[in-house]
Design a protein around this ligand. Structure first.
Ligand code: ACO
Length: 172
């Protein structure tokens, strides 16, 4: 089994759109209406939006490959690219998504460790993320990885207001 990671560039735009759609859809389609899913997918993952995010200096995307097949991706934000202004001592994991068929193989942990590595290299004090309160699988994973809940904020999935738990891991 071979795991590889690569940092994305603008050349990866179409692949990023494909994996973003696929993994978001797989993860949330059973708990959300078709209309709300479509509205979110269109808004969050249209090419113009993703191109803007790929070009944002304080945002970084990484693809992870399992035996040379793309298996998932990571998005981290620093400084003012963070979706909540937690300050320059924090780094945000905005997205970690592994395709269903590659889950539970250690790839989520691999990407999470990549984010921790970036945070440590840049002398950040903590890593944080927002996770939907009904996403029990991801919450279990983050707890296992040492994150604790410190707060919550709301976000919109289509026209439905949903609650994201804010979870933080403090680095020494
Ligand atoms: C900020 C956000 O992006 S929130 C959205 C998060 N993403 C999603 O919900 C998308 C769908 N889910 C996924 O992509 C994946 O399931 C992830 C990212 C949540 C986890 O990645 P996986 O590759 O499945 O987990 P991985 O195999 O790396 O597990 C690492 C460790 O966590 C443990 N673990 C994994 N899931 C869970 C869980 N639900 N509860 C408890 N422990 C767990 C594993 O047993 C493993 O433990 P070990 O190190 O002792 O062996």
């Amino acid at each position: 089994m071979a795991i590889n990671i690569k940092k994305c560039t603008r050349e990866d735009l179409c692949t990023l759109q494909e994996i973003s759609y696929e993994t978001f859809n797989e993860t949330f389609k059973h708990q959300n209406s078709h209309e709300n899913m479509n509205a979110y997918l269109e808004r969050a993952f249209n090419l113009k939006q993703l191109e803007k995010e790929l070009g944002t200096i304080s945002s970084e995307f990484f693809f992870v490959y399992f035996n040379n097949e793309i298996a998932g991706y990571l998005k981290v934000n620093t400084n003012d690219a963070q979706t909540e202004q937690l300050g320059n001592e924090s780094i945000e994991i905005e997205r970690i998504y592994i395709k269903n068929k590659f889950q539970k193989e250690g790839l989520g942990k691999y990407l999470l460790n990549k984010a921790l590595e970036i945070a440590i290299e840049r002398d950040k004090k903590n890593v944080w993320l927002g996770v939907w309160e009904k996403n029990e699988n991801a919450i279990g994973f983050y707890k296992k990885m040492g994150f604790v809940q410190t707060g919550a904020h709301s976000f919109y999935m289509g026209d439905e207001e949903q609650i994201d738990l804010i979870m933080i891991k403090t680095l020494i």
